[in-house]
Design a protein around this ligand. Structure first.
Ligand code: NAD
Length: 452
């Protein structure tokens, strides 16, 4: 779906009118076109800021160097090149006075961050802080990040936070490459937790990151699922793209284009988990990546909702996910160091009018990944959820014009995301090297105001 307002803004014949009307003028968001995580920072200017006694600054420095850029630690003089990346280690902030380091680091340079620039902060996980004051201050960094993201979002700049544990510093490189790379286009104002609890893979390839892996993407005939199947295949995975038998034509067409293997199945049928497990064992000896993308809405206010609408949404969006995982996990069908990604929604984070069924199912997935993560950690398996906001798909195309226009603009970057933006986050969470992050829910919503 094309964004009419952006088209009018870019057209010399109409741009004066949109300006005179005071309509938003969203920036053209930069998106990654090259190989995932390979050489993302060539030619970029990166500033590294430190807080006193922070423990993650050296790891940030090393990760930036490994990614192909030598960070500077002093901002260049006024008139110098804009800053493409700003990384700040705030793990040393443990008292209210230490928060001043955030002001001191960003106040002088905030206007000098490039369009589509990237900002990443690291802080101590409040749950790991040594004193209540230190926990409060660590949580304070989150407030700073979310607010700064709102202030700079109109320039396409993203601002994110990694809470990193002392024993997980060697796991910062992949989150750094994602959050400071162009793949993070529509992910801003977000927080992830980098921990050492999951058994980690030995090697961390950044190119063809999924070579040799077998992936299942459900609901892959169109929209986010199709973009995800394509993205995982681009990284070298063998992708099985599943959808309803009724979507067979679209599925075959998509699979022909991206060289995926089509599989027609209703995930909510009682025998689907067993059939799926059998399919992957017989065909590939198991699988490595599961993306639970298939999802449905049946919106009604609770007072008007028929019981079968309730049941259908819970069955497809939640019960099928749990049942399929049970079948994959029971006999090691999902191999060690596997990755599971569930599609939640900002409706699951914040709730939404007319979506009690949908929001219940999507919030449940947030709880599900958090509870599963420690159970799967000894096998090196990571499980996370992504929560999209307004993404330009067939679903949002169907909205009435005004609802769609409002939904599109109510975020920090003033435009909708693309299926590819969600697929980038899913690809990142599917990477073997992302072993530090499990149990998290990351929104891909341009920092939508809903649930902010
Ligand atoms: P979509 O409706 O375009 O595609 C969903 C696909 O899932 C369809 O091809 C459909 O046939 C398939 N599917 C539905 N039920 C199935 C079943 N029982 N078995 C097998 N396949 C089934 O959806 P989308 O917009 O691409 O969204 C993908 C996921 O992201 C969903 O889980 C959705 O809830 C979530 N999400 C989307 C948005 C958005 O703005 N598009 C926002 C938040 C969350």
């Amino acid at each position: 779906m094309s964004d009419l307002l952006m088209k009018l803004n870019r057209n010399p014949a109409t741009s004066a009118i949109t300006k005179a009307l005071g309509l938003p003028n969203p920036v053209e968001l930069a998106r990654e076109r090259g190989a995932y995580l390979a050489h993302p920072f060539e030619g970029k200017t990166a500033l590294l800021a430190r807080s006193v006694d922070g423990y993650a600054a050296d790891a940030l420095f090393r990760s930036l160097v490994d990614a192909g850029v030598t960070p500077i630690e002093q901002a260049p003089p006024e008139g110098g090149p804009p800053l493409d990346i700003v990384a700040m280690d705030a793990t040393g902030c443990a008292s209210p006075a230490h928060l001043r380091a955030l002001y001191d680091a960003f106040h002088p340079i905030v206007r000098r961050i490039a369009r589509n620039g990237r900002v990443l902060l690291t802080a101590c996980d409040p749950a790991m802080a040594e004193t209540p004051a230190a926990a409060a201050v660590a949580r304070g960094v989150e407030g700073f990040v979310r607010s700064l993201a709102k202030e700079v979002g109109a320039k396409g700049i993203t601002v994110n936070l990694a809470y990193v544990d002392r024993d997980a510093l060697d796991r910062l490189d992949v989150p750094l490459r994602f959050f400071c790379g162009m793949q993070a286009t529509y992910v801003t104002g977000q927080v992830c937790h980098v921990k050492a609890r999951v058994v980690a893979a030995a090697s961390t390839p950044f190119k063809n990151a999924l070579a040799g892996k077998v992936a299942l993407v459900t609901g892959a005939a169109r929209g986010i699922g199709m973009a995800t199947a394509e993205r995982l295949a681009q990284e070298g995975a063998t992708v099985v793209a599943l959808d309803m038998p009724s979507a067979a034509d679209d599925l075959h067409q998509a699979c022909g284009r991206i060289a995926a293997i089509p599989l027609m199945m209703d995930i909510s049928a009682a025998d689907s988990p067993e059939r799926l497990a059998k399919f992957f064992v017989e065909r590939f000896g198991g699988l490595d990546i599961v993306v639970h993308n298939a999802g449905i809405t049946r919106d009604r206010t609770l007072a008007n909702m028929q019981d079968h609408f309730w049941d259908m949404v819970i069955n497809v969006n939640l019960a099928a996910v749990i049942a399929i995982d049970e079948a994959f996990l029971a006999n090691g069908v999902l191999r060690n160091e596997g990755r599971i990604v569930c599609l939640s929604s900002v409706s699951g984070v914040a709730g939404n009018f007319g979506q009690t069924n949908y929001a219940a199912s999507k919030a449940a997935l947030i709880g599900y990944v958090a509870a599963q993560a420690p159970l799967l950690a000894p096998r090196g398996i990571c499980i996370n959820a992504v929560a999209p906001g307004f993404i330009e798909t067939a679903m949002t195309d169907d909205m009435p014009f005004v609802t769609r226009e409002v939904g599109r603009r109510l975020n920090s970057v003033k435009q909708g995301g693309r299926p590819r933006d969600v697929a980038e986050l899913i690809a990142f969470l599917s990477t073997p090297a992302v072993a530090g992050i499990s149990g998290d829910t990351i929104r891909v919503c341009g920092q939508g105001l809903m649930g902010a």
